[in-house]
Design a protein around this ligand. Sequence first.
Ligand SMILES: Cc1ncc(COP(=O)(O)O)c(C=O)c1O
Length: 387
Amino acid sequence: MNTIERFNSHIMPSYGRYDLVLQSGNGRTGTDENGKNYVDFGSGIGVNSLGYCDEAWVEAICAQARKLQHTSNYYYTEIQADFAEKLCRMTGYSKMFFGNSGAEANECAIKLARKYSFDKYGKGRHNIITLVNSFHGRTLCTLSATGQDVFHNYFFPFVEGFIYAKANDIEDLRSKIDDSVCAIMFEYIQGEGGVVPLNQDFVDEIFKICKEKDILAIADEVQTGVGRTGTFLAGEQFGVRANITTLAKGLAGGVPIGVCLADEKCCDVLSKGTHGSTFGGNPISCAGGMTVLERLSSGDFLAEVKQKGDYIKEKLLKIPEVEAVDGMGLMLGISLKTKKAPEIVQVALENGLLLLTAKEKLRMLPPLTISYEEIDKGIDILEKLLK
Ligand SMILES: Cc1ncc(COP(=O)(O)O)c(C=O)c1O
C-alpha cells in the first residue's frame, strides 16, 4: 500500500484532502514524495510564518529539545517567561495564558470573559455576541461561538450563551445588546468566512459599546495576528486594542501554540485552579515562538509584509479573470469572475503552486518571509491557469 492508502486505512476521514504527500520543505518550497517542488502560498494555513525549516528556528527548537522538552505547569521555566515577556511587550497586553491551538486560545477567552462578569455581577451575565460568518474553532464551545449554521449540526446539544450579530451592521449589533451580555467576540478580517474585513465604523462601535456597558472585547486574531496583515496585531490598523486577544497559527512558526492575551482590566480573572492545559507553554513551542517574535520585531520586517501584500494585490488585479482582492498584508482573498476557486486550487497544485480557498474565494496566506522572486513565480503559475 502507498502512503495515501495506509493513511486512509488508519486515520479518520474528517478532512477533504488533496492527493499530495509532502515530504520536506525548504524556505517557501515544499517537496513531495517524488521530488516535485511546490511554491507554497498557504503555509499550512498561515502557520509556517517563517517558511519551511528556517535555520534559526530549527536551531532554537533543537537546542530547547536538548535542554528541556516539557515540564508540568506546576513548575516555572525561563523560556516561558522570556516568551510571555516579549509577547506582552510587543502587544501592550498585561498577561497571557498558554494553550496549544486557536480553539483552545478562544476557549480560554470565553471562560475568562464569563468569569470576569460572574465575579463582578454574579450569575446571568454570560452571553457572548459573535458575528455571523465568523469562525472560532472546532471544539464544542468554539463551534457554538462560530456564527455559521453549517457548523451547528450533528453534535447536539451545543454550548448555550452565544448570540450572533451581523458583521458590519451596527444596528443589528446594538439590537442584540442587553444586560445578559458579557463580551463581543470578532475577527477583524473573517478568515475562514471568506477573507471579509470588518469596517472601521463597526469596529469603533464594538469598542464604544464595550466601554459603555463594561462588556469585554475579544479579538480572535488566530488568523490575522502575528504579522499576517502587516502589523503584529491587525487591531493596530484599526487603532484599537481589545481587552482580550487570541493568537495561534503562525505564533511559533509551525509547532503547536495558542495564547490568550488579557489587558489590565481582566488579566487576573483566571485565578488558581480555574483553567489549565498539560501541554500549554511547551518549552519547544516557546523556543520556536521566540524566534518568530524576534524576526517579526527586527528591522522593517512588518513593513515589508505590507509591501509584499500590496505588490501581490497589484499583480492580481491585472489578471482579467480576477474580480476583486480583499484582505490586508499577506492575508488575501481573491474573487474570480467565472472560474471556481476549488478547481483552480487543484490545477494550481498540479502545476506546482499551493493555494487555499475561503468560501467561494481563492485565499493566499504565504509565509511572511516570501521573496519577490517567489511571489512572481507563484503569480505567474496562477496567471497562466486563469487565462
Ligand atoms: C479566526 C480563527 N479562530 C480560530 C481558529 C481555530 O484554530 P485551531 O484550528 O488552531 O484550533 C481558526 C482556524 O482556522 C481561525 O481562523
